[in-house]
Structures are given as structure tokens and as C-alpha cells.
Design a protein around this ligand. Structure first.
Ligand SMILES: Cc1cc2nc3c(=O)[nH]c(=O)nc-3n(C[C@H](O)[C@H](O)[C@H](O)COP(=O)(O)OP(=O)(O)OC[C@H]3O[C@@H](n4cnc5c(N)ncnc54)[C@H](O)[C@@H]3O)c2cc1C
Length: 366
């Protein structure tokens, strides 16, 4: 999901219109455990100026919009280089590749290699739970709302979800992301059991999923994503900065990682523009982002076990106490701010706290 934070960056880059077109507007996050509603977040609980909605989008659609923008700017791209590390070269830095070759030296290397980057020290921990993901045709007429991310839970050990993701490149019809929470150490057993018993389990938990399940005929249609929680204490070295997941990664429970990566990139550009040299620019970029990054790393660590863990107590509290309370103001607004990525005021220091609603209207009109 792209949240209002990521949308603010995309609007500055004049790419929001394309992302909106490729994705699906999401107004509502909704989840049930049995008959109890335990997740019910409406973006409208915040002022429309701050967070009108989120966007469900396929990873390939977002990549394609960003890639096209890079190509339009004639920025050279060198593919097929597996990076193994980096070394200081005087005042500059060069990349080391897996085939033993090295790059020419650069004034600055921006590490966007994700959570398992070879350019930063290993840190953090792999999370016990990951999820199986599939991209399926949107289940038209099956009772799903095309503007809602919907989930079903049993305790915290079982979670299934459906997210509208719009129409990705090469597709002709809208798609859904379909996901099933799974403990990483149970993946082999899941594969060995074949998909029929699993399909039966999903259909029992959430009968509306029948039209999605009928599209799954082979386990290879589902990709297992493992999650890691890690935060670099010092995301810069000489002529090197780590941004996005290379700096901080977490479970996607709050749907923030891609948005945080966009904010980091924006902060880096701002830092380099406003500071005198590269080192000062990197320090400024990190200063502009650190509070928001640490807040969401903490929030994600706090909330992930509520939805993905073996705990019996956390889901009980979620279902019996937090779920009902969360329907009351101000919890409604706090939850909307949290999923929007707006806790800890990330946009103002970056000069991005402008009227998003006006921008959206303009983007839609042009
Ligand atoms: C299942 C799942 C669902 C998610 N849902 C959401 C969501 O709804 N909203 C949200 O905001 N975030 C979500 N996230 C998190 C989001 O995907 C990440 O935070 C985001 O992709 C980070 O972007 P990045 O550019 O920093 O790193 P990445 O997207 O991980 O990109 C790193 C790139 O570097 C390449 N690379 C890695 N190592 C090397 C190497 N040695 N040499 C050369 N290339 C290399 C990789 O191939 C990849 O292309 C989700 C993550 C997962 C796994």
C-alpha cells in the first residue's frame, strides 16, 4: 500500500497521477476474528487534507512508474551487477561486484539494496512469521469492496487478507493481492501437504474467498515472503548512505516500508541540496528522518505480534478490548494517522506538509 506519506513524495515528483491510475484507492481497512470486528480503520477519520486515502498497488506497477521517470531523465542504468560490498577510495567510494570487478569511484553511493544489503553490517532479526502471497484476478461480484483491504484472523497464528491492487503492467483486468500468514518453519510442511487441505482451511475461515481460491491450482502460484526487523544505528559512512530497507526494515503489518523508502530518498535530496558538502548533506538527511523511522520501527514491533505470533493473550486483548475500544474517538483518528504513516509528523520537516487533497484533485484533473 502507498500511504499519504508516500503519496506526498510522489506528488512532488509529479508521479502521483500515474500511481493512482495503476493502483486502487483504499478507503478502509477492515478485519474480523470470528464475528468480532477487530480492525476498522477509515482514512476519513483524519481530515481529508491530511490523509484522503491509501493506494493498493502491485509492486511492478510502482516500479514501472519510477523506472519510466528515471528513463525520462536519461539517468544511466547498469543492470546485471551483483553487488558484494564497497570500499573507500580516497575521498570517494567504489562498489565491489560478486564477479570480483570493481566500479569506478563515486562521491556518494546510495545503498537501496534492501534488508539483506551487503553494504551494511548484519543486524536485527528474522521474524518467525512471514506470509504466502499471490496476485489473483479481482473477485468481481464475490462480496469484496474494491476500496477495502480486508482480513480475517484466528488468534494471531492465522491471518488471511485480500488487498485490491489495480491493474499492473501487462494485465488487462484489476488484480488482488491475496495473502496467508505462515510461520517460516512451517513452510516445508505446508508445501508437502499439497494445497487442497490448505484451501479447505481458508474457505472454512472465510467462505467468500471461494472465487479467489478457485484461481489457485498449484502451490507455486504463492510466493513466501520472510520478514526481518532491523534498524541500522548509524546509516551513513564515508561517501555512503543506507536508505529504505537497507536502513530500516520491519514486517509489513503497518504497510509503511515503501513509503518510508520514498521519504528517505526525498530527505536525501533535500539534505544534499541544502547542506554544504556530501557528508553534511547525509547527516541532515538522517536527522530529518530519524524520529519518524524510529517511531515506526517501534510501532511495527509492537503491533506485529498482535496479528502474527503464537501468543494466546495478545489476540484475546485485541478481540475483547482493543477491537471494541478502537471504534471510539479518538482511537479512530489515532489508528488512521498510524496507518497513514503520519505519526511523528514526518512531512513537515521535509517540506511535504502541503494540501494533498488539492494536489490529488489537480492530478486527477490533468
Ligand atoms: C510481502 C510484503 C508486503 C509488503 N507490503 C508493503 C506495503 O503494503 N506498503 C509498504 O509501504 N511496504 C510494504 N512492504 C515493505 C516494502 O516492500 C519495502 O519496505 C520496500 O520495498 C523497501 O524498498 P527498498 O527500495 O529499500 O528495498 P527493496 O524493495 O528490497 O529493493 C532492493 C533491491 O535491491 C536489489 N538487490 C539486493 N541485493 C542486491 C545485490 N547484492 N546486488 C544487486 N542488487 C541487489 C533487490 O533485487 C531489489 O531490487 C512489504 C514487504 C513485503 C515483503
Amino acid at each position: 500500500m502507498i500511504q499519504p506519506t508516500g503519496m506526498a513524495v510522489l506528488a512532488e515528483l509529479d508521479l502521483l497521477k500515474q500511481v493512482l491510475r495503476a493502483g486502487s484507492r483504499v478507503d478502509h481497512l477492515f478485519g474480523k476474528a470470528g464475528n468480532r470486528v477487530v480492525l476498522d480503520v477509515h482514512y476519513s477519520a483524519l481530515s481529508r487534507r491530511r490523509a484522503p486515502f491509501g493506494i493498493g498497488i502491485h509492486r511492478a506497477s510502482l516500479f514501472s512508474v519510477l523506472h519510466d521517470a528515471v528513463v525520462r531523465e536519461s539517468i544511466p542504468i547498469h543492470t546485471a551487477h551483483l553487488i558484494a560490498g564497497s570500499d573507500r577510495a580516497g575521498e570517494q567510494r567504489q562498489l565491489r561486484f560478486a564477479d570480483g570487478k570493481v566500479s569506478r569511484p563515486f562521491d556518494l553511493i546510495v545503498d537501496t539494496l534492501g534488508t539483506r544489503t551487503p553494504l551494511a553490517p548484519q543486524t536485527g532479526r528474522e521474524l518467525a512469521y512471514g506470509a504466502l502471497w499471490a496476485t489473483l484476478d479481482w473477485p468481481q461480484g464475490a462480496g469484496f469492496d474494491v476500496h477495502t483491504l480486508e482480513q480475517r484472523y484466528f488468534r494471531s497464528s492465522v491471518m488471511v487478507g485480500v488487498l485490491p491492487t489495480g491493474t499492473p503492467p501487462g494485465a488487462e483486468t484489476p488484480k488482488a493481492a491475496f495473502f496467508w500468514s505462515l510461520r517460516a518453519d512451517r513452510l516445508k510442511a505446508w508445501q508437502d501437504a499439497g494445497i487442497e487441505p490448505w484451501k479447505h482451511e481458508v474457505a472454512t475461515l472465510w467462505p467468500d474467498c471461494a472465487s479467489l481460491l478457485s484461481q489457485i491450482t498449484d502451490a507455486s502460484q504463492l510466493t513466501f515472503a520472510s520478514y526481518a526487523h532491523r534498524t541500522l544505528r548509524k546509516p551513513m559512512e564515508h561517501a555512503l548512505i543506507h536508505i529504505g530497507d537497507a536502513w530500516h526494515s520491519a514486517s509489513p503489518q503497518l504497510g509503511q516500508g515503501a513509503n518510508m523508502a520514498l521519504l528517505d530518498a526525498w530527505a536525501l535530496a533535500k539534505g544534499l541540496t541544502e547542506a554544504k558538502g556530501v557528508t553534511d548533506g547525509l547527516a541532515l538527511a538522517i536527522k530529518l528522518r530519524r524520529r519518524h523511522v524510529l517511531t515506526y520501527q517501534w510501532l511495527t514491533a509492537l503491533f506485529t505480534p498482535v496479528y502474527q505470533s503464537d501468543s494466546r493473550l495478545l489476540p484475546l486483548i485485541r478481540d475483547q478490548i482493543v477491537g471494541p475500544l478502537s471504534k471510539l474517538w479518538p482511537a479512530t483518528a489515532i489508528q488512521a494517522a498510524m496507518v497513514s504513516g503520519l505519526i511523528a509528523n514526518p512531512l513537515e520537516p521535509l517540506g511535504l506538509d502541503k494540501d494533498l487533497q488539492t494536489r490529488l484533485t489537480l492530478a486527477e484533473a490533468t
